[in-house]
Design a protein. Structure first.
Ligand code: SF4
Length: 654
């Protein structure tokens, strides 16, 4: 009997139209848990490192986590993994919503797609019955529209659908996979889905999931719920509004956008508008948001309601989460929030990443102003800021004219355009657009996260530790007094000693070793969440979350029957971290690639940054180039990786 997981993957060969239900190896669950961990293992084992992301040999994996669909709150993540066309490294994008639980209830832990379909198709998974269906009638349809059409066609409103829009069909590198209440947006997973000619996956599952010790597990889940309630009633004081509570983040609830609009950059991630927010803007934006937000919604089995149904008069309804309401408006310098809601609707139907796409458009208009792109490139483009952005979004999704070049993201577009355009693609890490945030003084913890994170997305690496020092000792003592989540008491001292100014402030405090400790803790929680399929919004992302290193082993053990304790769980994390690093090392990732955007901080400290990287690599058991050593791989039961890297000459004599 398999517990928590189903023990089966669905393997679909799109070239041959072959569908197989394959039993998985329970030993791999013990080694990697599931989700991201086992996705990475499959990519390592089955996709040669020189595979082009758009080759039929590339895999597209939809993985659920080990705890997915169990009664644990927020255990609903789908981890989509593949080789990214944008970074050329392993891309793994996560979504919440309802897809993963539905897949597990249908009897599968993962769907693994290989090959390429000759025609556009959708896949219909209904428990044991799985079909590849013609999707010619869905060609060019919006992602949300596609989901609605499929539900009607299948005559079942409870079917969960993940679909791509036109951008995915056209292999736009920032194409997302949209699903009723969430989306997998980063790193071009929608482009790979489009390349494989999969318009959508529709799932309905009605089977049960077995739990090893159900009564004990439900008790633990109830404790988590109790803590969520406590945290909702006791927001963390003395930190920004979005960091006070749980969720990821609850942007649809909050209307106070002072912090984002005045600290994040406008346009092509360059202009800060320090005095933007005033009472007039606040009232106008609040009214706009409350008018279009018809209701707040949650993902499967979660009380947090991070998303919202958005109904702007005259256009179709869609779901919004996080702060895409701001990204387009800020990139376009439009002060009217209504624009943000209207363009995000079209972008959702096209299926594009709401972080990268606005920046790509702002980048294009900067190039036009600089004379690097010409008026001929923008023939027919309206002159007003709103009209310009709608026009260019259409061109990118359709890959028309200049939109075809821009559809590959700022890095690749700049390479193609030349004439100095590279300097304008200034906000990338590993070829991927980042949050438009530019700061003064280097923060050593964030330096490490930006430089070394494999997700190439800072919001999916940070969390747990406060983003800045508290002003007074009283605030610090107040913060640490009920900080049950710390894996080690030393973290409390770090908070107590951290000063906003002077010797114990950025960039030399936290010290190099402390910074490494903090980053390791943050990464650990993200890697565990991503393997068990729990939303970061209840675990690795917020301060003082309900899931932590002390209760996770008990939950995993009671659900899956795996003998688990804190040390063993930490080892699983280290194994998954080094495995993913090895997948990327084999694809060419090296120390030289590990750097934040050049202008992320005004004040940089090259010597300190080198020390931070050295210390981080040493702590992980990697060599100076960021490659796991033979000894480390051996300790983590990853000898087969060491052998492979040795054979390729990537590591020598360990
Ligand atoms: S915390 Fe928010 S994003 Fe996470 S599962 Fe709950 S509703 Fe979804």
């Amino acid at each position: 009997m398999r517990y928590a997981e189903t023990g089966y993957n669905l393997e679909i060969d799109l070239t041959r139209g072959n569908i197989e239900r394959v039993e998985t190896d329970p030993k791999l669950t013990e080694l990697h848990l599931g989700g991201l961990g086992t996705n990475a293992k499959i990519l390592w084992d089955r996709v040669p490192p020189d595979t082009d992301p758009f080759s039929p040999d590339n895999l597209l994996i939809f993985g659920t986590g080990l705890l997915g669909a169990t009664p644990a709150a927020g255990a609903n993540r789908t981890v989509v993994s593949t080789y990214s066309p944008q970074t050329l490294l392993m891309g793994y994008s996560m979504m919440g919503g309802f897809l993963a639980p539905e897949l597990k209830y249908a009897g599968y832990d993962k769907v693994v797609f290989r090959g390429k379909s000759p025609e556009l198709v959708y896949v219909w998974i209904h428990n044991d019955k799985v079909e590849i269906r013609d999707a010619a009638h869905l060609k060019g349809k919006g992602a949300v529209e596609t989901a609605e059409l499929i539900k009607k066609e299948l005559k079942d409103p409870n079917v969960q659908v993940a679909a791509i829009g036109l951008a995915g069909e056209n292999r736009v590198y920032t194409a997302s996979i949209e699903q009723g209440r969430s989306s997998a947006s980063r790193l071009g997973v929608g482009a790979v889905m489009g390349d494989k000619r999969i318009k959508a996956i529709a799932i309905r599952g009605t089977k049960d999931i077995n739990l090893a010790r159900p009564a004990e597990y439900v008790e633990l889940c109830n404790e988590v719920l109790k803590y969520i309630k406590f945290r909702n009633e006791n927001p963390v004081p003395n930190v920004m509004t979005i960091l006070q509570g749980l969720g990821s983040p609850q942007e649809m609830l909050h209307t106070d956008e002072k912090w984002h609009t005045e600290n994040f950059m406008w346009g092509n991630a360059r202009t800060r508008r320090k005095d933007f927010w005033n009472s007039e803007v606040e009232k106008k934006w609040k009214d706009t948001q409350e008018m279009v937000r018809t209701r707040l919604i949650s993902c499967y089995n979660c009380p947090m309601k991070c998303g919202a149904i958005i109904s702007v008069p005259g256009i179709s309804t869609y779901m919004m989460k996080c702060f895409s309401k701001l990204t387009y408006a800020m990139a376009a310098f439009v002060d009217d929030l209504d624009f943000g809601f209207r363009i995000a609707q079209r972008a959702t139907e096209y299926g594009v990443d709401g972080f990268s796409t606005p920046q790509i458009m702002a980048f294009a208009f900067e190039l036009r102003e600089a004379g690097i792109l010409t008026e001929a490139d923008f023939e027919g483009c309206p002159s007003d800021n709103e009209g310009k952005f709608f026009w260019l979004l259409d061109r990118i999704a359709r890959r028309e004219g200049i939109g075809d070049v821009l559809a590959n993201g700022t890095h690749w577009a700049a390479q193609k355009i030349g004439k100095g355009a590279e300097a304008y693609a200034h906000n990338n890490i590993k070829k991927h657009e980042q949050l438009p945030l530019k700061l003064g003084m280097l923060n050593p913890v964030y330096f490490l996260m930006y430089a070394t994170g494999e997700k190439a997305n800072i919001t999916q690496i940070e969390g747990q530790f406060p983003q800045g020092p508290f002003m007074t000792m009283e605030e610090r003592q107040g913060f640490i007094k009920d900080w049950i989540q710390v894996p080690d008491e030393k973290f409390k001292q770090y908070v107590l000693d951290w000063e906003p100014r002077g010797e114990r402030s950025n960039p030399y405090y936290p010290t190099v070793d402390m910074s490494v400790d903090i980053v390791d803790w943050q990464e650990m929680m993200h890697y565990i969440d991503d393997a068990v399929g729990v939303c970061a919004g209840l675990s690795s992302f917020p301060l003082k979350p309900p899931y932590h290193i002390h209760n996770y082993p008990k939950l995993i053990s009671a659900a899956a029957g795996i003998d688990m304790d804190e040390e063993k769980l930490k080892e699983v994390y280290r194994r998954n971290r080094s495995l993913i690093r090895a997948v990327n090392v084999r694809r060419g990732l090296r120390r030289a690639d590990e750097k934040p955007p050049e202008d992320h901080w005004k004040k940089r400290f090259p010597e300190l940054e080198e020390k931070l990287l050295d210390a981080y690599y040493t702590f992980k058991g990697w060599n100076k180039d960021g490659i796991p050593t033979k000894e480390t791989l051996h300790k983590l039961n990853l000898d087969y990786i060491a052998e492979d890297l040795e054979q390729r000459g990537i590591i020598k004599n360990g």
